[in-house]
Ligand binder design. Structure first.
Ligand code: TXA
Ligand code: MG
Length: 361
């Protein structure tokens, strides 16, 4: 019997074995679709050089064909096979953050299939750190095109079980590799290196502060100028509505079935009162002090339509659990989620971004 690969940190039970990974690489070579863990979220992978295989991903996900996919590579040495006109920053960033949760948008090499790039002149490349993803990429010895392993517009999976539930037979991937719970919990950071200045298209597991420290200059966040979102009445930056360049930036992405309402610590108690009057069954997700303050305002006990859950103080832990919280609310049949996003620094920027999109419906 082959031993589980890597050390996802949560025990060996259920982790993909070397034999399962070898079989999955074989499936990829034969044009199959394999769901696999990365450190961010699970991906739905196919041979990036095989358009018929990539088409199956779009079918399974129900994803529009003009949405490009990220190509996953085993290491930075494979960059020149997929991209041309590589700027020095690509190598600097790869050395600093790969393997890890950073996707670089670069000029595509001519042989990259159109179905992977959505017909654009650029390609997204990333080297994931998860040991199972690494083992799969090395066994396959090619690029694996993979979006997050969820139906289009829905919450990304952070466990193999989420993937199984999202794609029940007969519309399941050919294999699902188990790598435990994803350690980062939100998707990779997407950085466009084809713009005049490297531009953040999607905040993610590598923080903007880390990118700025590495590059030695400010990294603008795309769409920062447009201010038509609010959290509890406070305006928030929002991405361009029209931009389909990185459709992960579509406002309706990452949405649970329950309606998501954003709050600040200052507005939370009032928002709780409004939802309670509307007789909506909802879950309140906030940090300990904010929960206590809101509960104290509630007067005579917690009404049975309201569940309070305490968010971790640490943003890394918040990110790791975020999608599970959203899934739990759906599983438990709540109509709404009232949640306090973290401050927009460090990983908080990515968490806030996903919550804003989940709330935009
Ligand atoms: O963490 C992640 O990035 C996960 C794991 C599986 O690697 N993948 C992921 O893929 O989140 P997906 O497809 O769910 O989101 C990738 C985003 C999409 O919004 C896509 O439009 C954008 O990356 N993207 C891919 N290629 C692009 C390109 N050439 N130019 C601009 N955006 C691109
Ligand atoms: Mg996705």
């Amino acid at each position: 019997m082959s031993r589980p690969v890597g050390s996802a940190g949560d025990g060996a039970t259920g982790l993909a074995t070397a034999a399962e990974i070898a079989a999955a690489a074989d499936l990829l070579r034969r044009g199959g679709v394999v769901a696999f863990p990365t450190e961010t979220v699970y991906g739905l992978g196919a041979d990036a050089a095989n358009p018929a295989a990539v088409a199956k991903i779009f079918d399974l996900k129900g994803r529009p064909a003009d949405h490009p996919l990220i190509v996953h590579l085993a290491d930075a040495a494979q960059l020149p096979a997929w991209a041309i006109d590589l700027p020095a920053a690509a190598y600097t960033l790869a050395a600093a953050f790969w393997p890890g949760p950073l996707t670089l948008i670069l000029r595509r090499a001519p042989q990259v299939p159109d179905c992977v790039t959505g017909g654009q002149t650029t390609v997204g490349l990333r080297v994931p750190a998860h040991p199972v993803a690494q083992a799969l990429l090395r066994a396959f010895a090619g690029g694996i095109a993979a979006p997050s392993a969820n139906k289009f517009g829905r919450v990304s999976p952070t466990t193999a079980d989420h993937v199984r539930r999202e794609f029940p037979a007969p519309h399941a991937p050919d294999a699902i590799l188990d790598g435990g719970s994803c350690q980062v919990g939100v998707e990779s950071t997407i950085l466009d290196l084809t713009a005049a200045t490297p531009t953040l298209l999607r905040p993610g597991g590598v923080t903007r502060e880390q990118l700025q420290a590495c590059l030695g200059h400010p990294v603008p966040l795309r769409g920062q100028a447009g201010n038509d979102h609010t959290i509890g009445g406070v305006p928030e930056p929002t991405p361009d509505r029209e931009a389909v360049r990185a459709p992960g930036l579509l406002e309706s992405h990452y949405a649970p079935l329950a309606e998501v309402h954003l709050a600040t610590p200052a507005t939370l108690a009032a928002q709780v009162a409004v939802l309670q009057q509307e007789n909506v069954r909802f879950v309140v997700l906030a940090r300990r002090d904010d929960v206590q303050a809101a509960e104290a305002c509630g007067g005579a006990g917690v009404p049975c339509n309201t569940l309070y859950r305490t968010l971790p103080d640490d943003d890394a832990e918040y990110a790791r659990r975020l999608y599970q919280y959203l899934r739990d609310a759906d599983r438990d049949g709540f109509d709404a989620i009232l949640i306090v996003p973290p401050a927009p620094t460090g990983l908080g920027l990515a968490i806030r971004d996903r919550l804003q999109r989940a709330a935009s419906r």
